[in-house]
Design a protein around this ligand. Structure first.
Ligand code: HEM
Ligand SMILES: [Ca+2]
Length: 850
């Protein structure tokens, strides 16, 4: 259409230049026309571009003062490097297209989508330079032995036909199309004049103030469930949903800091009209990052109208990614590669009564709160766990610590009974057990108590096997609304108890806001035990229709000083609008529930008439009700802690997380039946017994009980028997008449007859088991026989009769590989990323040579 656009095809590089706390974007182009065009872009109004990425980089912050609630929130919602790359790429792509569109508008005075102007090739070129293109390419799935045996760390290839289903850093699934004000990107409530059924949407803060807010004093306690159930809810969400916010903290166009504006300037989407004293009358809010190929940048179909989608930075699967991370790079940071026992790293400075603590993040001067009277220069940084939000509250980071300990405990036990396993096998086997325990505790102990029997049977029911047609990806409505039901069950106090389950004499209970981002309290105030006792023996908050979200969360979220705090209820509502979630009635219809169009109708679902009155007063029309608020207000289902709409949405999601997971613990072939039997004996209470100083627990951790009558000593709590994981070491007979073999020969061995193996060993050859065969052999540890001098040994559980091997010359390949492996191990300690490149190769080797 115009040479300037042709020139865009020639864009070669998009460079980001780091400058103090921010990075600037520069577009370089290859030919003169393009140079001119780019020059135009970079001069006036060049600040459009220069301001795209004003990254707030915590590494550069001098932490001599407390972080503000907004800074902490940004830390909390800050994407991990891998997700940051994904979201930055999408934002570069989106803003470049947006700028082009604006230029066209300025020049031709008519609005044309940038994607209509650019040829497919140009779009691809742009997608490539922005970093978006690789993000939409399907990963290649390995066919190696390990790929069939263990999950990938990022969840790719769980589904072999759709390898990105459930993987980290992919889009949250949409069960209903989003409703954006411009059709593809602008949040609900972005344009003040936009009408919904003839009405504007109420401000979210008004909804909170008038409907949701509950004072700290007015809290009804749950009579059935303990507070650890709430903590499990939060912890397990952090296994399957994290929607990172934009990587920029300043408006893309103009560069104004989101903290100092009350205007909607992407990615700033401030929460307006805050009656509390604030400088600008707004609570800072950043839009969630988009994902490549969505919003204004559909370069796959080049239609330009693919609605904006948000990212899930985590593996959707319940796979203990809280413990191991959701990307290869993060996993590497957590593992102890020097141990032979497949361990996770632990804190090298502090212990908790003999038990390990999580390591600190390597970013020094992290934003975590410091002990007020700490000796000068002494700092306690944030803990490093598999999930980036771990430090948010003391009880959450305690749960992360507990599972790191459980991994290390299991790994040591597995290594003890299988000394022939190498560290990788031990790590993967322990990881597999820990993942299975997360699934069992969630699906057997937690979900039924939330959903109640009716919704559980209707939407989940008994396990019916792996369904490869079911997409396990966490849905947008689940992460942004349904599973946030838990925010209404958080008690304003964190109780800390002593050995007799009484208020701890040294460490009194804390208000929630004193427990945010405060890892120092774990180290200086009694470790995990007082916190876990409080979780076990004190009740959850009961959500009632007149007491929804406690003041600690609506008025003091992340407030460590008197600074103006955030408001979790308003964040939830604003997030729903940011994601363009359809309204309450649309979701009821989606779930086969009737639409509630009048006050009378509403009162059928919400029996508290005062609440109905308030909702109608604020929203005026039921279709406009935000889905989180509407569903939260519904009467509970019998025996449940949620109403029918959340029951449906959570039930459907849980079913997908179970049946859509190829590695679900009950799926045939994942564990042996003996192992499944053992796994079922285990429980959260057992994990607490095994990894803390606590000696008495309730049998079901979530069930609220009185101490001491409802508690039992740990020796009465069932545990899994590791022996089900033992692989027997056997020396087998030789097979086949000796005959000359050569490097690369295949040898079929009958394990009950005399063998040529000794011949092979004598002649400096090694046998390498063929993956295909070995993977299909149950109980076979995938170790080929190892020549030891002139002898050889086999490691195996049940040896099959026939084995197929390939002969490899030891003097060259086997010897070299051994050394190379060691070298890589050593090198890996310094720079892990390089080792990652050889990951596939390394995995193959482990599989073959153990
Ligand atoms: C002290 C306890 C908790 C605090 C301080 C807390 C705080 C937060 C915050 C600040 C967000 C981000 C809000 C936004 O900007 O969108 C969030 C998200 C979320 N929370 Fe909580 N939360 C807590 C407990 C829970 C519990 C108990 C549950 C469920 C049982 C839960 C479920 C969720 C979910 C599903 C999300 C969205 C996750 C995502 O996709 O990013 N939270 N929480
Ligand atoms: Ca996960």
């Amino acid at each position: 259409m115009d040479s300037a656009f042709t020139a865009l095809c020639n864009i070669l590089h998009i460079l980001t230049l780091q400058k103090r706390n921010s990075s600037h974007l520069l577009i370089l182009s290859s030919d003169d026309t393009a140079q001119n065009y780019v020059h135009l872009l970079l001069t006036y109004p060049s600040f459009d571009i220069i301001s795209i990425f004003s990254l707030f980089d915590f590494r550069n912050i001098k932490r001599d003062k407390l972080a503000s609630p907004t800074e902490l929130m940004s830390f909390f919602k800050r994407p991990e490097p891998e997700s940051r790359k994904v979201s930055r790429a999408a934002e570069i792509m989106e803003m470049t297209l947006h700028l082009i569109k604006n230029k066209v508008y300025q020049k031709y005075k008519r609005s044309i989508n940038a994607t209509d102007l650019l040829s497919f090739d140009s779009l691809i070129a742009l997608a490539n330079t922005s970093g978006c293109f690789p993000r939409v390419q399907p990963p290649t799935c390995s066919n190696s032995c390990l790929a069939h045996k263990y999950r990938t760390i990022d969840g790719t290839c769980n589904n072999r036909n759709n390898p990105r289903w459930g993987a980290s850093n992919t889009a949250l699934a949409r069960w209903l199309p989003p409703q954006y004000e411009d059709g593809f990107s602008q949040p609900k409530g972005w344009n003040s004049e936009f009408l919904y059924n003839g009405l504007t949407l109420p401000l979210v803060r008004e909804v909170t103030n008038r409907i949701l807010h509950a004072s700290n004093e007015a809290v009804r306690e749950d009579t059935l469930y303990s507070h650890i159930m709430v903590e499990w809810g939060q912890y397990i969400v952090h296994d399957f949903a994290f929607t990172p916010q934009s990587s920029s903290q300043a408006a893309f166009l103009g560069g104004i800091d989101c903290q100092s504006t009350c205007n909607n300037l992407s990615p700033c989407f401030p929460i307006k009209v805050d009656p509390r004293v604030t400088s600008n009358g707004c609570i800072t809010f950043y839009r969630s990052a988009p994902i490549c190929g969505s919003g204004e940048q559909d370069f796959e179909t080049a239609s330009g109208l693919n609605p904006r989608q948000q990212i899930n930075a985590l593996t959707s699967f319940i796979d203990a990614s809280t413990v191991y991370g959701s990307t290869p790079a993060h996993e590497v940071r957590l593992r102890n590669y020097t141990s032979q026992e497949g361990l996770l790293l632990t804190n090298t400075r502090y212990l908790d009564g003999g038990y390990a603590l999580l390591p600190f993040v390597d970013q020094v001067q992290s934003p975590c709160v410091q002990e007020p009277n700490a000796p000068k220069g002494e700092r306690v940084e944030c803990f490093l766990a598999g999930e980036s939000r771990a430090n948010e509250i003391l009880t959450l980071v305690s749960m992360h610590t507990l599972w790191m300990r459980e991994h290390n405990r299991l790994a040591k036990a597995l290594h003890g009974i299988n000394p022939h396993w190498n560290s990788e096998t031990v790590y993967q086997e322990a990881r597999k057990i820990v993942g299975a325990l997360h699934q069992i505790i969630t699906m057997r102990d937690y979900v039924p108590k939330i959903l109640g029997p009716r919704a559980f049977n209707q939407f989940i029911g008994a396990y019916s096997g792996y369904d490869k047609t079911l997409n396990p990806a966490v849905s947008n409505v689940f992460a942004t609304a349904a599973f946030r039901f838990g925010h209404a069950t958080i008690s304003p106090k964190l109780q800390r108890l002593d050995k007799n389950y009484q208020e701890h004499p040294n460490y009194p209970s804390l208000n929630l806001h004193e427990a945010f981002f405060s890892p120092w309290r774990i180290i200086k105030e009694g470790g995990l035990d007082p916190l876990f006792r409080g979780l076990l023996a004190r009740p959850a908050k009961l959500q009632t229709q007149d007491q929804m979200v406690t003041e600690e969360l609506t008025e003091k979220l992340f407030a460590l000083t008197n600074a103006v705090a955030l408001d979790l209820a308003s964040l939830n509502l604003q997030r729903g609008r940011d994601h363009g979630l359809p309204g309450y009635n649309d979701w009821r219809e989606f779930c086969g529930l009737e639409r509630l169009e009048t006050k009378m109708n509403l009162s059928e679902a919400i029996s508290d008439l005062d609440l109905v009155e308030k909702i109608m007063d604020v929203y005026k029309y039921p279709d406009n009700i935000d889905v989180w608020l509407g569903s939260l207000a519904e009467d509970f289902l019998p025996g449940a802690r949620i109403g029918p709409l959340f029951g449906c949405l959570i039930g459907k999601q849980m079913k997908a997380l179970r049946e859509g997971d190829r590695f679900w613990w009950e799926s045939p072939g994942i564990f042996t039946s003996a192992q499944r039997h053992e796994l079922l004996k285990h429980s959260l209470s057992r994990v607490i017994c095994d990894n803390t100083g606590i000696t008495e627990v309730p049998l079901d951790a979530f069930q609220l009980g009185q101490f001491p009558q409802d508690f039992v000593p740990c020796n009465q709590v069932n545990k899994l028997n590791h022996q089900a994981w033992r692989e027997n070491l056997k020396q087998v007979g030789l097979c086949g008449p000796p005959k000359p073999v050569e490097h690369g020969d295949f040898v079929l061995c009958n394990t009950s007859e005399p063998s040529i193996i000794s011949y092979i060993c004598h002649h400096g050859f090694q046998l390498v088991g063929l993956e295909e065969l070995i993977c299909t052999v149950k109980g076979w540890s995938s170790d080929p026989p190892v020549c030891k001098g002139k002898d050889f040994t086999f490691y195996s559980g049940n040896l099959p009769k026939l084995l197929l091997f390939q002969v490899r010359r030891t003097s060259q390949s086997a010897g070299e590989e051994g050394e190379e492996g060691e070298r890589r191990e050593r090198k890996g300690q310094q720079g892990r990323s390089e080792a990652m490149k050889g990951e596939e190769k390394r995995q193959r080797k482990i599989c073959l040579r153990d």
